[in-house]
Design a protein around this ligand. Structure first.
Ligand code: NAD
Length: 369
């Protein structure tokens, strides 16, 4: 059953089931592809109804990470882990340390980080058992909250999309609607304001909305109105699947570029945006700033280098829009195409043998010597 599901979902390299009875750990690590480098992806903790559901989720998420890292131009592969359990009730130091030991056993083939249901504190426990974890707290030498870097990357995505659509990356006077003023959305709104954009915002959190109104001169609309408001650029920074059958015909923007993951409810909505002439910055390319940040942490963290890295998102999107035009395909497909090209080209280079640090066949006896 497990192999059948793996075969159906994709072309993964390795699936590791982790079980520790005493610690109450049931987890699955999925390594999708390591052609570009070690597989990196967060650990999700979720109360999955069945083990099958957890397996399908980790297979899907790890495959997504291969594409995200490849399109971001990082030397990383795609991986992900899921812990089966209720993040509100089932967490303990022992659980995350047991999990850390399993990650350690993979010798750096898989590197983890926090994700839905896990926190920087949980990753601190993982770090007690393995160094193959990133996005840990600054107190432990990590880079901390990646949201400002994600927001900076989205700003570059907005600028690249403005250049593509309006012929200039200058955001002065451009009307940008930001849905969600959370960890990423508020930083993005600040950056947009500094760049001279006119902001329209909505959030269910009234305090954040008030702050944006007062500090960033943002126009406030209701959460029902934000997707249909008249604007140049819509920046979704709340939840996924917001481009769907109900919302797509109401959009009143020329560009969609934001941080939200899995913005398109189905692929057909990406096709529809293309047909409607609305430029869509593929979500996993636009929101790669956080991933770039943890990559820099692995190299030895510097905020300046992390900020510099996020600038690459501008060029990545320009390349995607070029592929989209050349091949006559929607941008979400062009992003996959760009990732697959890099996986094929660089992956092939990496297959070359790089030599050995020592002679491995020490017991070899050569006749006559
Ligand atoms: P967050 O929870 O801090 O912020 C989300 C905000 O959206 C909250 O303020 C919430 O009140 C608001 N919201 C919820 N429902 C809303 C609605 N119907 N209308 C308007 N606002 C609503 O999350 P975040 O970390 O800022 O992430 C935002 C999105 O970006 C998510 O989809 C996340 O997966 C994605 N993302 C985040 C990062 C990161 O570094 N934090 C990286 C990549 C992708």
């Amino acid at each position: 059953m497990v192999f059948e599901t793996i075969a159906k979902t994709g072309d993964h390299e390795q699936i590791v089931y982790c079980y520790d009875k005493d610690a109450g750990l049931k987890a699955i690590i999925a390594i999708h592809n390591t052609a570009l480098g070690p597989a990196l992806g967060g650990t999700r903790m979720w109360n999955y109804a069945t083990e099958e559901e957890a397996l399908v989720d980790v297979l899907r998420l790890s495959r997504g990470m291969t594409y995200k890292a490849a399109a971001a131009g990082l030397n990383l592969g795609g991986g992900k882990a899921v812990i089966i359990g209720d993040p509100k009730k089932d967490k303990s130091e022992a659980l995350f340390r047991a999990f850390g030991q399993f990650i350690n056993s993979l010798n750096g083939r898989y590197i983890t980080a926090e994700d839905v249901g896990t926190t920087v504190k949980d990753m601190g426990h993982v770090f007690a058992e393995t160094s193959w974890v990133t996005g840990i707290s600054p107190a432990l030498g990590g880079s901390g909250d990646p949201s400002p870097l994600t927001a900076r990357g989205v700003l570059h995505a907005v600028k690249a999309s403005a250049f593509e659509k309006f012929g200039s990356a200058d955001l002065k006077g451009k009307k940008v609607a930001v849905q969600g003023l959370g960890k990423v959305g508020y930083y993005l709104a600040e950056y947009l304001h500094k760049n001279g954009a006119e902001l329209i915002v909505a959030d269910i959190d009234e305090e954040m909305v008030k702050k944006a109104e007062e500090k960033l001169k943002a126009k406030v609309v209701s959460t029902d109105e934000i997707l249909s408001v008249d604007c140049d650029i819509l920046a979704p920074c709340a939840m996924g699947a917001i481009i769907n059958d109900d919302t797509i015909s109401k959009l009143n923007c020329k560009v969609v570029a934001g941080a939200a993951n899995n913005m398109l409810k189905e692929f057909k909505h990406g096709d529809q945006l293309h047909e409607m002439g609305i430029l869509y910055a593929p979500d996993y390319v636009a929101n790669a700033g956080g991933l770039m940040n943890v990559f820099v942490e692995l190299e030895g963290y510097s905020r300046e280098r992390a900020l510099e890295r996020t600038q690459g998102i501008y060029d990545n999107l320009i390349e995607i829009y070029k592929i989209s035009k050349e091949m006559g395909i929607p941008s979400y497909k062009a992003a996959d195409e760009m990732a697959e090209r890099r996986l094929a080209q660089i992956g092939r280079l990496k297959q070359k043998h790089t030599g050995l640090s020592s002679r491995p066949f020490t017991t070899l006896k050569v006749e006559g010597r």
